[in-house]
Write a protein that binds this ligand. Structure first.
Ligand code: SAM
Length: 286
């Protein structure tokens, strides 16, 4: 079979199937032959490992994952790609395509059913219109996976991988760091895709933590994070007042008891600071 990473081959297959790209589904397919092997290698795919892929497209990355892993299950929303994938993955018997919306599927159930006895990792070139919801679903659903290796927009990658407490830190940075250890792997230029998007991309790896790094009530912790970053320019005391619907005196007391300066900004706070505030809200019990 001709190599799928060849742009001529990809064009020929898509043309033959009468496929047209859907912008709404974030369809920018990888055509740079060096990216998928590198990404698959970094994902941890190998013997004894099952890989969950999201959005296989025409199966360029899927091919590399099938080569390395014991089993690959790929969730693709666009049913027009099913006959294409039948053709491009024909040589593998360790792959299953699930036609569905990753945001609506019960991924815990899917993983349990498909990967019994295997270590599981996620590897995907994500549709960018749902980057954050997909990443947060993968983390919040507490899937039995050891790592998530995903391609996202460069700016999203920088935000997620910024150190907590640094200027580039945002709510998503703190949220991801509650569940995982993020790492920037490598950049991918816009020209590596067909059609080429307007922005560059980057591959990041989230190593899933066995336990959260702070002891806190999760729901309150995320309420505080959301409130703190809701008005980035304001000092923490003011953003918590409006975000949590509390009066200034109560917030000042809360921050004082949590040991967090009232004039700090959300991006300067550590995970311990957010947990301390959440724990004070819950009566200082934790
Ligand atoms: N993996 C391929 C590649 O690297 O060339 C395609 C990546 S493309 C950026 C994103 C893929 O995700 C497309 O195939 C698109 O149809 C699919 N997709 C979009 N929304 C989805 C959803 N909600 N659930 C599952 N797949 C989705």
């Amino acid at each position: 079979m001709k190599r799928l990473s060849d742009i001529g081959t990809i064009k020929e297959i898509l043309g033959r199937h009468g496929f047209t790209f859907s912008k709404a589904l974030g369809q920018n397919f990888l055509v740079n032959p060096s990216v998928c092997p590198r990404m698959a290698e970094c994902s941890g795919a190998g013997a004894g490992v099952g890989v969950l892929e999201i959005g296989p497209g025409i199966g360029v990355l899927t091919n590399e994952l099938c080569r390395l892993a014991d089993k690959v299950v790929a969730v693709e929303l666009d049913s027009r790609l099913l006959p294409v994938l039948d053709e491009t993955l024909a040589e593998y018997d360790n792959v299953k395509i699930v036609n569905g919306d990753v945001l609506k599927l019960d991924l815990n159930k899917l993983i349990k059913k498909e990967f019994d006895g295997l270590e599981v990792v996620v590897c995907a070139n994500l549709p960018y219109y749902i980057t954050s919801p997909v990443i947060m679903k993968l983390l919040e659903d507490r899937l039995p996976v050891s790592a998530v290796t995903v391609m996202v927009q460069k700016e999203a990658a920088q935000r997620i991988c910024a150190p907590v407490g640094s200027r580039d830190c945002g709510a998503v940075t703190v949220s991801v760091n509650y569940y995982a250890k993020p790492k920037m792997l490598f950049g991918v230029s816009a020209g590596s895709f067909m059609p080429a998007p307007k922005v560059d991309s980057a591959v990041i790896r989230l190593e899933i933590l066995k336990e959260p790094p702070v002891e806190t009530d999760e729901k309150t912790f995320f309420r505080v994070v959301k409130a703190a970053f809701s008005q980035r320019r304001k000092v923490i005391a003011n953003s918590l007042c409006s975000g949590l619907g509390m009066n200034k005196a109560a917030v000042t007391k809360l921050l004082d008891e949590a040991g967090v300066p009232a004039n700090a900004r959300a991006e300067q706070l550590s995970l311990d600071d957010f947990a301390a505030i959440a724990n004070q809200i819950n009566g200082g019990a934790l």
